[in-house]
Design a protein around this ligand. Structure first.
Ligand code: GAR
Length: 199
C-alpha cells in the first residue's frame, strides 16, 4: 500500500550558542508540508539554543566530547529519532568522519563570511568579523556549504553578499551578516533538501 502522506524529512539543528539562526529555521519550517525540525543538539548545556528548543517543544540533546568523537552514541540517538539531515547553525566542534559517512551530503553549515576567505580553524563568530574588518574588505557575507572533515572546506551551495562601509566596526559587520543569514539560510536549506529529494 502506498501512503498518501509519507513522513516529513526530519532535521537536527546543531548549535553551540545563541541559536538565532536556529530560531529562523524553526519559524521557517513551522507548518511546512515536507520538512520539520525534529531535534536541537548542543555541546554546551547553557547554550540559549537549547532554551529555544524548549520554547518550541522540540526535543533537545546535549552531547559530550567522548560520545561525539569516540563512540557511536550520537549516531545511535540520531538514528533512533529518524533524523535525515543535520543543519549546523553556529556549531563550533569539527564534525567527525563517522557522522559525515552516516549522513553523506546531508550535513549543511553556515559560515559568516565569503568562503574560501576567512574560514578554517579558529575562524568563527566575532573572529571572522574582526579579520574582515582588519583587512578593510569592502564586502562580506554568508556562505552555505556541505560539511566535510575539514573546517569550512566542503562544497559551496550558495553565498550572499553585503556591502561594508569604511566606518563599519566588527560589530556592525556581524549585524549585517547575521541579518543576511536569517533572511537566506532557511530558504537555502529548504531548496537544497527539496532538490536532493527530487521534489
Ligand atoms: C552565525 O553567524 C554563524 O554563521 C556563525 O556563528 C553564528 C551563530 O549565531 N558560525 C560560525 O562562525 C561557524 N564557523 P546564532 O547562534 O545566533 O545562530
Amino acid at each position: 500500500m502506498t501512503s498518501s502522506n509519507p513522513r516529513k524529512i526530519r532535521l537536527a539543528i546543531f548549535g553551540s550558542g545563541g541559536g538565532s539562526n536556529a530560531e529562523a529555521i524553526i519559524q521557517h519550517f513551522k507548518g511546512h508540508s515536507d520538512i520539520e525540525v525534529a531535534l536541537i543538539v548542543s555541546n554546551r548545556k547553557n547554550a540559549f539554543i537549547l532554551e529555544r528548543a524548549k520554547n518550541h517543544n522540540i526535543p533537545r540533546l546535549k552531547i559530550n566530547r567522548t560520545a561525539f568523537y569516540e563512540e557511536e552514541e550520537v549516531i545511535l540517538q540520531l538514528q533512533s529519532l529518524r533524523i535525515d539531515w543535520i543543519i549546523l547553525a553556529g556549531f563550533l566542534w569539527l564534525i567527525p568522519k563517522n557522522l559525515i559517512d552516516y549522513f553523506p551530503s546531508k550535513i549543511i553549515n553556515i559560515h559568516p563570511a565569503l568562503l574560501p576567505k576567512y574560514g578554517g580553524p579558529g575562524m568563527y563568530g566575532k573572529h571572522v568579523h574582526a579579520a574582515v574588518h582588519a583587512a578593510g574588505e569592502k564586502e562580506s557575507g554568508m556562505t552555505v556549504h556541505y560539511v566535510n572533515e575539514n573546517y569550512d572546506e566542503g562544497a559551496i551551495i550558495n553565498q550572499f553578499k553585503t556591502d561594508l562601509n569604511p566606518s563599519d566596526s566588527p560589530e556592525d559587520i556581524a549585524t549585517k551578516v547575521l541579518k543576511l543569514e536569517h533572511a537566506h539560510y532557511p530558504e537555502v536549506i529548504e531548496q537544497t533538501i527539496m532538490n536532493a529529494q527530487g521534489k
